[in-house]
Design a protein around this ligand. Sequence first.
Ligand code: TEU
Ligand code: CA
Length: 585
Amino acid sequence: MIFSRRTILFGVASAATGLISDKSGYAALLPNEPWWQSATGYQIYPASFFDSNGDGIGDIAGIITKLDYLKDLGIGFIWLSPVYASPMADNGYDISDYQAINPTFGTLKVMDKLIAEAKTRGIGIVMDLVVNHTSDQHPWFKAARASRTSPYRDYYLWRDQPPAKGAPEDLASTFGGPAWTRDEVAGAYYFHEFAARQPDLNWANPAMRRDIYKMMNWWLDRGIAGFRMDSIDLIGKDIAKGIVADGPNVHPYLQEMTAATQGGRDCITVGEVWSATPDNAVLYSDPARHELAMIFQFDHVTRFWDSKLGKWKSQPVDLPTLKGIFAKWQAALATKGWTALFWGNHDLPRAVSRYGDPGQYRVESAKMLATVLHLMKGTPYVFQGEEIGMTNAGFTDIKQYRDVETLNFYQIQIAGGESEADFMAGARANSRDNARTPMQWTSGRNAGFSRGRPWIGVNPNKATVNVAADRADPNGVFQRYKLLIGLRKLLPIIRRGGFRLVAAQHPSVFAYERTFGDDRLLVIANFTGKPTSLALTPNEVMTGQDILNGGTRSLGGVLNLQPYETIAVLRAYAPTPVAAPPPLR
Ligand code: TEU
Ligand code: CA
């Protein structure tokens, strides 16, 4: 029997809500529960996190100085965006040596120190594995272009002639323009899904695959906790048929990769899968298939993109649609597979700017978004700065942008007749640089990010939006994230409970119920800046613990909700601590 009938009311007393007493963080894990299903991830975009040496670019030594901050937040692992050797055509997503560190970020020695220092704080390091493509400066590509007979030629995808217009292979790059570019040295065209400086690897080549697995093992042996796999749904592509995403070989390759790398290691692997559907998500993440631990899916992002101009023409978020998307994904992976939960990352706008209110109700909406997301089933990811409610960059001049995708599309769309004002409005809403402005540590110079000149502009709202101010505020955003991250470790209902939307069609309330045995958790959020109300049905009314504020609370009849007000009430029995596996292997 896992639960005693002792209610949590009689359980533990402590700080925020009277619920969190478990200092080790993992004492409430159920038997055989993978550590990464109770952990929360934190994404670091290294160039913008903390600059330790004043060159204006964040670095690994800077991350080490902030590990205590992350430990306080309670995260279980860091997803570290690329720090490998790179000419930085796409901020490190163009790797020229997988087994070296970009000198701007540090050295292998300091990387090893980061892994060790994080580990002593119970934090794993998850490396960004970018193996759909390399940099054009990778030695494999240099050898490949130099000679048709080099064994490395076949590590990439070549054609002698550009594909005929309209042929299956006549594909466009995600970053604009054709996906085939002529290389003068090679005397041939090579395929690149992303920038021309990011040639795609040929996964059909077994020697190439073996080299990748060898490299992955080299990293795993250094003590990392796993991999975030960039664009992983593209590796099984069948270019001759015009298939790039979710190609026929992606699942066999992932199974081969698991067998060749992780055997026996309790790794976290999370795949970036823009092509995810409820069906293929199970294929990717069903543990019995030995592919990935979980995936990122982007339904809640792309559903609100324009059918023609995509992200560059922002559409408002429709709440019933958004709720339906989350409910669909909670259901899809309810019994098999696992999902990641996130609002933002380094490619997406800031959560409060996209889904909440970056102005008057910034703090309230940031806390609302955190609560709604973190009380669902899955592994939540916090993108750096989200935990203090950072907002979009607000750039007004194209010269302020650094992102290759934004700069390419600026050229393409203006040349195509789009007005400068329209493009800039789209970029202000959705450019990837919105998430890439420096982390705001203090209200001081450069937001305390760097003593030099930052590589990208600092958001002027650092005066009010910063770690120093927010973290000290018991009603701030940071304390809410910390609470939610702790609750997940403590309460199996959050990790494993069933999910059902409440008032699915309500235009301004996001409400749902979680159930686990006799336990019940009701989450109710006003997703708007206007007061609203919600009528609960007789079987939805309940009395339980107010897990956000402490004390008991009865929910019945009609609830009136202030702007962005969020309620979470739990009726549960205290978990009896069981022996927990260590959070890291
Ligand atoms: O992103 C994959 C990807 O498809 C994105 O480029 C996405 O389409 C775009 O950002 C939406 O605007 C991954 C990385 O997350 C991204 O940063 C890299 O640029 C890309 O792969 C290439 O490695
Ligand atoms: Ca630096």
